[in-house]
Design a binder for this molecule. Structure first.
Ligand SMILES: *[C@@H]1O[C@H](CO)[C@@H](O)[C@H](O)[C@H]1NC(C)=O
Ligand SMILES: *[C@@H]1O[C@H](CO)[C@@H](O)[C@H](O)[C@H]1NC(C)=O
Ligand SMILES: *[C@@H]1O[C@H](CO)[C@@H](O)[C@H](O)[C@H]1NC(C)=O
Ligand SMILES: *[C@@H]1O[C@H](CO)[C@@H](O)[C@H](O)[C@H]1NC(C)=O
Ligand SMILES: *[C@@H]1O[C@H](CO)[C@@H](O)[C@H](O)[C@H]1NC(C)=O
Ligand SMILES: *[C@@H]1O[C@H](CO)[C@@H](O)[C@H](O)[C@H]1NC(C)=O
Length: 702
C-alpha cells in the first residue's frame, strides 16, 4: 500500500494531470507530391530545372493545439515541404477545412508555412512572376498540395487528444552561414555587437506530448533549403524534409516514410540571408587564375562573373545529396538533444490567433523617430538578377528565359511598364529592374495584399511572416514583438517569440533598411521598398493586443483577388504511352546482379509509362521487397532517401519511356533475398489509364 501510494505520488509528479489536460493536441501528415516528371521545379526558377524523377516525396505536416477547457480557442499550424506558402493554395485549403468543420477552422487560425525547399514540383503559386519558368500555372501540382494538406489537417483533427506542451533550445553551430555577410555588416556596429554570430544559431523545439508518450515536435531554425543544387532534377524535400524523415524514422523505424504516427515539424524561420552551403562560396572557373578561390566578398563574383560562384555544402567532396543529408542530420540531432532532455520548460496559458490581410502597396505609418513614411508598390532591383551563391537565384530569367520559352514570349510584349517618378523615388536607392507592382498583364506579377498572422500557445508566440526575413530583420521583429507583449502585460519575461516563414503569401525578401542600402540579392528582392521591415514591425506590433487572454480576434479584412480561376497554363498534357513492339509495360530491361554487398548500389531498368498519369499519392512508384518466410514484404519505398526513381522519355512521338530505379543498400539492411518492383499507370490512345507493375528477379544482399 505504501508502495502504491509512492507510485501514485510519483505519477502525479511525472504527469501533473492539470498540465496534461491543459491542451488538446493533434498531428497529421499528407503526401503533396505533384508530377515528378516534365514539370519545372520550384525555388531556383530555372527553366532547365525540369523534374525527371523522385528522391523523396513532399509532405504537409499538420499540428493542432487547442485549449482543453475551451477547444474553440485553437490553432492549426501546417508545415509544408514546398518553397513557400502562397495565397492561392492557402485559400483552397482554408475553404475546404472551413466547409468540413464550420466555425472550427478559418482564415484566422490556419497557418501555412513553406519549408523553403528548392527541389519540389513547381507551378502552384498564383502570381505571374513565379510562374514564368514553369510555363504558367500547373493545376496538378496545386491540386496535390491542397489535397495532401487537407488530408494532413483532417488526420490531425481526428487525432485530437489531451496532452501537454514544453519547449527548449539548443545551438546548432554547423547548420548555416550568412551568404550576404557584406550586407549584414551594414547594420550598426552596436547592434551587431549584441550577437555572437551573423546568423541565428539557436533552434527552438516545442514538444507535443500525449498520454502515452511524445506525439510530435515543432522546431524553428533558419537555413535555406538549397542543399540540393540547381542541377538536381529529382523531386525531393531538401534538408528540412530530410530532418523530418530522420526524426520520424528514428521514432518509428519500421514504418514507411509518411506513414508514421509521430510527426516532426522542421519549420523555417528568418531564412533570408542564410545558406546551408557552410564551406563558403568558391569559383568554379576551370582554366582561369581564380579557379577554386573564394568568390569576391561584396558581389560574390569570380572575375566579375556571378555564374561561376557557387556555395559548397559540408558534403561537397561527395555530392549535394551528401550535403543535404548532413544539414538535415544536424537539425535532427539538435531537435533530439532538446526532446531527450530530462525536463523542458512547460508551456501554459491561452491559445490565440490573429490574422489580417494588409495591402502593402502604400502602407503609411510613423517610424519610431516620429517621421511618417510609407511602403511602395512591388518592384525588383537589378541585384536580384545576379542571384545568390546558392544558385543563380529565384526568378533569374536574365539568361535562358527570354528565348526558347513560349510563356515568356507571350508576356514579354507587356514586360513591366516604365516605373513612374514616384515609384522610382519610393524604392531608392534600389534601381528598378522589374516594375512588378505596376504590371497587371495578364494578371498581378507580385502580391500587394499579404497575410499577417500570429499564433500564441501559452508563453510561445509564432510570427507567421509572408516572406524571407534576413537574420537581423528577424531579430528586430522578434524583439519588438516581445517587448510589446511584456509592456502590455500579456506575457512575462519568459515569453518566447519565434518566426515561421515564408508563410501564407510569398512577398519575397525583407531586409533591414541598412541592408537594403547595399542592394545585394536580398535587398534588391525586398519588394515594398526601404521601409518594408519597419512597416511589418508596425503592423505586427499593432496586433499584439489581440493575443491577450480575453481578446477576440479582429476580422481578417479584404483578401487578395483569386488568380487561380483562369491562369495562363501552357504546359502540355500527356498524349499517350506505348511500348516498343515485343515489350510490355513493367518489363525488366536491365535486371539486378545475383548478389550485392551492403554499401553498394542496385540499379535496374523497366519499360515504363509517364508517372504523370497517376501521382500515386500516399502510395509508391517502387518498392524494394525483402523475402520473409517465403513472402515478399516491402522494405523500401520511393520516399526512402536510399532509393531513386529516374524516368526518361525514349521516344516522344511513340510514347516510349524507361524508368531506372536505384537502391543504395544501407549498411544496416538485413542480409537476405530481395527484388525491386515498379508500379506505373499507362495512358492509351483513347485516354484510358491502366495500372501495371513489374518485378525483377531476386538477388541476395550479404
Ligand atoms: C551540379 O553542380 C555541382 C556544382 O556546380 C557540380 O559539382 C556537380 O558535378 C553538378 N552535377 C551534375 C549532375 O551535373
Ligand atoms: C501505411 O500504413 C497502413 C496502415 O498501417 C498500411 O495499410 C499501408 O500499407 C502503409 N503504407 C505504406 C506505404 O507502407
Ligand atoms: C572586373 O571589373 C573591373 C571594373 O570594371 C575591372 O577593373 C577589372 O579588371 C575586372 N576584372 C576582371 C578579372 O575582368
Ligand atoms: C492596394 O493598394 C494600392 C495603392 O494604395 C491600390 O492601387 C491597389 O488597388 C490595392 N490592391 C488591391 C488588390 O486592393
Ligand atoms: C499613399 O497614401 C498617401 C496617404 O496615405 C497618399 O498621399 C499618396 O498619394 C499615396 N500614394 C500612392 C502611390 O498611392
Ligand atoms: C527617421 O528615420 C528615417 C529612416 O531612417 C529617416 O529617413 C528620417 O530622416 C528620420 N527622421 C528624423 C527626424 O530623424
Amino acid at each position: 500500500m505504501f508502495a502504491a501510494a509512492l507510485y501514485a505520488a510519483a505519477l502525479v509528479t511525472l504527469y501533473p494531470s492539470a498540465a496534461l489536460a491543459q491542451y488538446l493536441l493533434g498531428v497529421g501528415i499528407g503526401d503533396i507530391t505533384g508530377p515528378v516528371t516534365e514539370t519545372n521545379m520550384m525555388g531556383y526558377a530555372d527553366t532547365a530545372q525540369t523534374d525527371t524523377g523522385l528522391h523523396m516525396r513532399q509532405r504537409s505536416r499538420a499540428f493542432i493545439v487547442a485549449e482543453s477547457a475551451n477547444p474553440s480557442n485553437r490553432v492549426l499550424l501546417i508545415n509544408s515541404d514546398i518553397a513557400m506558402g502562397d495565397s492561392g493554395i492557402r485559400r483552397a485549403i482554408v475553404a475546404k477545412l472551413s466547409a468540413q468543420f464550420p466555425g472550427v477552422y478559418s482564415d484566422t487560425n490556419i497557418g501555412l508555412v513553406g519549408t523553403h525547399q528548392h527541389a519540389g514540383v513547381g507551378g502552384y503559386l498564383e502570381n505571374l512572376l513565379p510562374q514564368l519558368t514553369s510555363l504558367g500555372f500547373v493545376r496538378e501540382t496545386y491540386d496535390a498540395i491542397v489535397a495532401g494538406t487537407v488530408k494532413a489537417a483532417v488526420d490531425a483533427h481526428n487525432s485530437l487528444a489531451e496532452g501537454s506542451l514544453s519547449y527548449g533550445t539548443t545551438d546548432i553551430l554547423q547548420g548555416n552561414i550568412n551568404r550576404s555577410p557584406s550586407a549584414y555588416l551594414a547594420n550598426p556596429a552596436d547592434e551587431r555587437a549584441k550577437y555572437d554570430h551573423d546568423q541565428d544559431k539557436t533552434m527552438t523545439v516545442v514538444k507535443l506530448k500525449g498520454a502515452s508518450g511524445d506525439r510530435g515536435l515543432l522546431s524553428f531554425f533558419p537555413v535555406h533549403g538549397t542543399s540540393l543544387y540547381q542541377n538536381n532534377t529529382l523531386v525531393s524535400s531538401d534538408n528540412k524534409g530530410m530532418a523530418a524523415y530522420l526524426y520520424e524514422n528514428y521514432v518509428e523505424p519500421n514504418k514507411a516514410p509518411g506513414n508514421t504516427s509521430f510527426v516532426a515539424g522542421f519549420i523555417q524561420a528568418n531564412v533570408g540571408d542564410t545558406s546551408p552551403n557552410t564551406l563558403g562560396a568558391y569559383c568554379n572557373s576551370p582554366g582561369k587564375p581564380w579557379d577554386g578561390q573564394q568568390c569576391e566578398f561584396y558581389h560574390s563574383t569570380c572575375g566579375n562573373n556571378t555564374q561561376e560562384c557557387h556555395g559548397r555544402g559540408p558534403g561537397f567532396q561527395v555530392s549535394d545529396f551528401k550535403s543535404n543529408y548532413m544539414i538535415g542530420d544536424y537539425q535532427f540531432q539538435g531537435a533530439k538533444t532538446i526532446m531527450e532532455q530530462p525536463s523542458l520548460n512547460s508551456i501554459a496559458g491561452s491559445v490565440r490567433s490573429v490574422h489580417v490581410y494588409i495591402n502593402m502597396s502604400n502602407y503609411t505609418f510613423t517610424l519610431p523617430n516620429g517621421t511618417t513614411t510609407h511602403t511602395c508598390k512591388p518592384a525588383m532591383g537589378y541585384g536580384f538578377a545576379g542571384g545568390t551563391t546558392d544558385g543563380p537565384g529565384l526568378f533569374d530569367f536574365k539568361q535562358g528565359t527570354t528565348s526558347g520559352n513560349a510563356f515568356w514570349d507571350i508576356v514579354k510584349g507587356a514586360v513591366t511598364p516604365e516605373p513612374s517618378a514616384e515609384q522610382k523615388a519610393c524604392h531608392a536607392p534600389k534601381p528598378i529592374l522589374l516594375n512588378t507592382g505596376e504590371a497587371t498583364f495578364p494578371y498581378d506579377w507580385q502580391p500587394s495584399i499579404v497575410n499577417i498572422q500570429m499564433f500564441r500557445m501559452g508563453q510561445l508566440v509564432v510570427l507567421l511572416v509572408p516572406g524571407e526575413f534576413t537574420t537581423m530583420a528577424g531579430r528586430r521583429l522578434r524583439e519588438a514583438i516581445k517587448a510589446k507583449l511584456v509592456a502590455q502585460g500579456i506575457l512575462g519575461d519568459d515569453a518566447t517569440v519565434v518566426i515561421a516563414g515564408p508563410s501564407n503569401t510569398y512577398s519575397h525578401y525583407i531586409t533591414t533598411r541598412e541592408e537594403y542600402g547595399v542592394q545585394r540579392y536580398e535587398g534588391a528582392s525586398t519588394i515594398y521598398g526601404p521601409s518594408t521591415l519597419d512597416a511589418f514591425i508596425d503592423i505586427y506590433s499593432n496586433l499584439v493586443s489581440y493575443l491577450g487572454d480575453a481578446a477576440a480576434s479582429p476580422s481578417s479584412g479584404t483578401p487578395p483577388p483569386d488568380l487561380t480561376q483562369n491562369p495562363l497554363s501552357l504546359r502540355t498534357g500527356v498524349l499517350w504511352d506505348n511500348t516498343p513492339s515485343g515489350k510490355s509495360f513493367g518489363q525488366v530491361l536491365t535486371g539486378p546482379e545475383a548478389s550485392y554487398t551492403k554499401g553498394s548500389t542496385v540499379s535496374v531498368k523497366f519499360q515504363a509509362a509517364t508517372p504523370r498519369n497517376n501521382l500515386r499519392l500516399e502510395r509508391t512508384f517502387l518498392t524494394v521487397d525483402q523475402q520473409v518466410n517465403g513472402n515478399w514484404v516491402p522494405y523500401r519505398t520511393d520516399s526512402h532517401p536510399s532509393t531513386k526513381y529516374r524516368w526518361a522519355r525514349t521516344n516522344g512521338l511513340l510514347g516510349h519511356s524507361e524508368v531506372t530505379i536505384t537502391w543504395d543498400i544501407e549498411s544496416d539492411a538485413p542480409s537476405g533475398t530481395y527484388r525491386v518492383s515498379y508500379y506505373g499507370d499507362s495512358k492509351s490512345w483513347t485516354g484510358s489509364i491502366s495500372a501495371f507493375s513489374g518485378s525483377t528477379s531476386s538477388f541476395t544482399v550479404a
